[in-house]
Design a protein around this ligand. Structure first.
Ligand SMILES: NC(=O)c1ccc[n+]([C@@H]2O[C@H](COP(=O)([O-])OP(=O)(O)OC[C@H]3O[C@@H](n4cnc5c(N)ncnc54)[C@H](O)[C@@H]3O)[C@@H](O)[C@H]2O)c1
Length: 273
């Protein structure tokens, strides 16, 4: 039996995590397509790595579909899609809301995941199943007071991906999420000296890329891996949400079809407990 090379598409593919992941995927003999907004650097990087580059604004639904089609046509199939593009938001939340900045972060971090999943699913179905790995953030689990819109969009990415994971599980499409802490990439930018001064450890892009690959290889549907300095990537166990009680005080499950899970059925600890 012959095995074809698997194909992966990475959005935000020429950023810190995207590039580190591309290197890991190439070492694993994947066909790699990198999609990114930064077209000029994208073309240079793609030539250096000998991978396919696709100009993409992840906040454009039709462009996401075109990107996935291009990858499918070029490599015959798509097996893994890493929805990793993202930006920071307004850095000073004490200022009045900056509408263009707000719309830009929702577009990249939230629409980018919703549209990316929409575009990936038909191609993954044609491959007989596959993997979607979403880069959220610890800021989606822990409030990030310095950038509330960032926290909001990363929570949205996490919630949407976990709900979609339940819907897609029967189609052999596994959706997982990775929530990294602060990492040394261009995104950290001006914040880097503050971490250094405080002696706060920050992740390398390679450590996060290893977490993304682990989520791809081993992640259960809807699992969310925490990547923190000094710890192996760890699945986060979402705390129980109390179930509804009926008139005699017994807990009742949500009707089938409305939720794949009765609330209360998940594990009850988080990684810090
Ligand atoms: N660096 C961190 O500390 C950190 C921590 C947790 C989560 N994250 C998340 O990890 C992901 C990757 O971030 P990174 O640290 O590699 O940052 P990065 O800035 O190095 O890379 C992000 C890439 O996304 C691209 N991009 C931005 N908007 C886009 C759009 N609309 N369409 C397509 N591409 C777009 C950028 O051009 C860039 O190449 C992001 O989603 C980010 O929010 C980063």
């Amino acid at each position: 039996m012959t095995h074809r090379r698997p194909t992966a598409l990475v959005t935000g593919g020429i950023g810190g995590f995207g590039l580190a992941l591309a290197r890991l995927l190439l070492a694993r003999d994947f066909n790699v397509a990198l999609a990114d907004l930064d077209v000029e650097r994208g073309r240079t990087v793609a030539e250096e790595l000998d991978v396919l580059f696709i100009p993409l604004d992840v906040g454009d639904l039709a462009a996401n579909h075109r990107a996935v089609s291009l990858v499918e046509t070029h490599f015959d199939a798509v097996d893994a899609v890493f929805l990793n593009a993202g930006i920071l938001g307004q850095q000073d939340p004490s200022e009045p809301l900056d509408m263009p900045a707000y719309e830009a972060i929702v577009s990249a971090n939230q629409h980018g995941v919703v549209y990316g999943i929409d575009a990936a699913v038909p191609a993954l179905r044609r491959s007989g199943g596959g993997r979607i790995v979403v880069t959220a953030s610890l800021a989606g689990l822990v409030p990030m007071a310095g950038d509330p819109s960032y926290s909001m969009t990363k929570s949205a990415a996490l919630a949407y991906s976990r709900a979609m994971a339940q819907r897609l599980v029967g189609e052999r499409i596994t959706v997982t999420v990775v929530c990294p802490g602060f990492a040394d990439t261009p995104m950290l930018g001006a914040l880097r000296p503050a971490f250094q001064e405080a002696g706060f450890p920050i992740l390398t892009a390679a450590e996060v890329a290893a977490g993304l690959l682990l989520a791809h290889d081993e992640g259960e549907p809807g699992s969310a891996y925490i990547v923190q300095p000094g710890l192996p990537p760890t699945p986060y166990r979402f705390r129980n949400v109390p179930a509804a009680r009926n008139s005699v005080g017994a807990s009742v499950a949500v009707p089938a079809g409305l939720s794949a899970h009765a609330v209360d059925s998940a594990a009850s600890t988080d990684v810090s407990s």
